[in-house]
Design a protein around this ligand. Sequence first.
Ligand SMILES: Nc1ncnc2c1ncn2[C@@H]1O[C@H](COP(=O)(O)OP(=O)(O)OP(=O)(O)O)[C@@H](O)[C@H]1O
Ligand SMILES: [Mg+2]
Length: 481
Amino acid sequence: MTLSTGSRTKERILVVDDEQNARVALRQILGEEGFEIAEAADGEEALALLPGFAPAAVLADVRMPRMDGITLLKRAREQGSDAVFVMMTAFASVEAAVEAMRAGAENYLVKPLDVNAVLVVLDKALEKLRLQRDTQNLRERVRERFRFHSIVGDAPELQAVFDVVKRAAPTKATVLILGESGTGKELVAQALHEESPRAEKPFIKVNCAALSETLLESELFGHEKGAFTGAIGLKEGRFELADGGTLFLDEIGDIPPSLQIKLLRVLQQKEFERVGGTKTIKVDVRLLAATNRDLADLVKTGRFREDLYYRLNVVAVTLPPLRSRKGDVPSLVSHFIDLYSKAYGKEIKGLAPGTLNALLSHDWPGNVRELENVVERAVVLCKSTELTAEDLPPSLRGPRPRERAPGALIPGATLYEIEREAILRTLEMVGGSTSRAAEILGISVRKIQYRLKEYAAGAPEPGGDRGDGDAGLDGDEPDGR
Ligand SMILES: Nc1ncnc2c1ncn2[C@@H]1O[C@H](COP(=O)(O)OP(=O)(O)OP(=O)(O)O)[C@@H](O)[C@H]1O
Ligand SMILES: [Mg+2]
């Protein structure tokens, strides 16, 4: 981050005011500070200058003929300018300044201007812009770092899964993927294929729970013409289609006993016959299997063959349920916001304060799939650029979140509450990356993960430590009076 005064020597400021005297004075003050200045006499003139001059900051009067400062701000945003806006207003129209802040201005100055106030406010605004731009870049980099294929999450339990996947992928070993519904088993199967030397070959999937016994058999092994009523022509099975590639048997726990035997034979001898056929067919297939059922228990109760179980269970990975890794909720939410705001053509930047808390408090019985649906729904319903608690299903909203600026917490809140606000806000700012938030806050990732679990569990705050209100918020923001 560059905070040195040297970096601002080339920063551009656009001064917009209908009073020529004011423009001349500002040009002089800012010019001496090494800024590059352009002037405009009203909003329209300023708007025309924006694309070419591309200022970092705009100092704009609120009341101007033709186009006022607030309209200028709105138009500039529509044009895609990310310049910070500082509004200038006569004492009598402070209300207009408040309106400007609502419209997205960073700050405002009351006329007659005080030289020091101009420089302080401008410096702060520019610093904020740098941070925003840095965060944007970081977000993009962080996203790349924490994505294993399209699987999002940096909880240790999930990293352990990625580790096994990376080691097993290059081999031909059968991998059994376990975990509750919606935990990402299919994504893991895909990652195993894509990381393998077979990546360019077919990846064929069969859902063993979706078909009747007879259909499943001919789906897997194919059938000869006339093998059974309805078998009009010859049909190649999925094993043949997957030759050279990977076959993913989803919901393997639901495969009927008669097919369990046949499957075992293919696994052992790597050959089979089509239904109604006599010719032996040899294939080179890498097998992956997944189930959300307790396969070991099915073996115990005699519903799943033990020998097949051991054949499948060469390498096993178990995906952790979302409730045990709530530290991943922020980055998953951010991932799905990206995904669905693109899909629905909406510009959504993130979560409004308090929303993350509601998402953390939920237990997610449907795991990531449920979270994905909740975010998709919220993106569809969202009326602003941030998802709010109102966009969540009623069951998730819980008690009304406290919507207070961090400054408003102090004094009067406990240190624990302040820390919680700091952690949640920072996570919201960095797109949910716990490691980036840890870096900013100067604490460990483990502490953040631990705290998120605590907030998620609604754990009572430990101890009775009260904040003493000196936690470093500078009070030099104009208060409008
Ligand atoms: N870690 C993750 N990162 C991003 N998306 C995920 C993650 N885990 C799951 N998803 C998404 O959640 C949805 C459900 O995942 P998937 O289909 O892999 O679950 P599953 O474990 O196969 O569930 P089921 O047992 O119900 O078939 C998919 O849309 C998937 O893309
Ligand atoms: Mg699945």
